[in-house]
Design a protein around this ligand. Sequence first.
Ligand code: AQP
Length: 343
Amino acid sequence: SPRVFSGIQPSGDLHLGNYLGAIRRFVPLQDTHETIYCVVDMHAITVWQEPEALRRATREVAAAFIAAGVDPKRSIVFNQSQVVQHAELAWVFNCVARMGWMARMTQFKDKAGKNSENVSLGLFAYPSLMAADILLYKATHVPVGDDQKQHLELTRDIAAKFNNDYAASIAAEGVGAPDGQFFPITEPLIAGPATRIMSLRDGTKKMSKSDPSEQSRISLLDDADAIAKKIKKATTDPAELPLEVDGLKDRPEADNLVGIYAALSDKTEADVLAEFGGQGWGKFKPALADLAVAVLAPMAGEMQRLLDDPETIDAVLRDGGERAGAIAEKTMAEVRSIIGFIR
Ligand code: AQP
């Protein structure tokens, strides 16, 4: 049956990009797929996290999932470190993936910057752990933002190489799918108007948790006042909104704000321009702020309510961890025999 896996790092304030690019899309998939949603705390520590902040951020991501409409009874919701098989399979994949594949990853190059001698080894191996997250559950589909496309391609390469390197053993163990493959070649689900939300300060940079400027992102826990202020201050060019979608070309800030409006209102950019084309930012920005508050404020309230009761969140994560662990151990037991590890 089709199975979805996706993860979010507890590495700072969740923002509108995480919501529109990923979390919001988790909800309808519950009707059509078996769904597994993970707070990837082991990914988060590829860069330094204060332990107390990591615990808080882990609960915050789980609360965001639930507040957005993920039902922890229908979906499996857990934090990655509770299921040790993620680390175990990642090691196997470190031995399947090639150095050259990893070295081509643009996210590593962006995050490491000029200082690549001094970042953690984990940051370099990040995509290998991500492949393990997905393939441990033999997930067929992964809803992510556009920035994760390259990592998803690497996941497919790792699955294909493992299937190929161990083809004889997979057949001998009788653990392949009917087509002989052990791991599926996972499809990314990257669609809609908001697959890459850009910074409010710079339309050429993606909105990001790790941007030092809080003005660059709308956080999911921002209050109405903060949301309105950030949108009001968002960088734009001086021209009016265009009448046609074509007119957004080479206007990254305008394109971004119109895209956010479209995504938040479930309309197309063309619909939004039919309403606001020819008008100035003084009209559009307050309308966008009202819309953002209408969508985000109830969710922030629900997140806050959940966060006031951390024991309940931890119990959800523990229950999810047990259910995820059962699936993970089944895959891992097969992987150990395929490789030739004695138990
Ligand atoms: N700006 C974005 N627009 C659309 N989708 C986005 N995602 C992230 N930024 C945007 C999607 O959110 C999911 C979770 O991402 P992550 O926690 O793994 O972190 P990330 O992709 O590295 O994004 P961040 O939030 O910007 O974190 P930092 O600053 O730590 O790198 C993914 O599905 C991602 O595509």
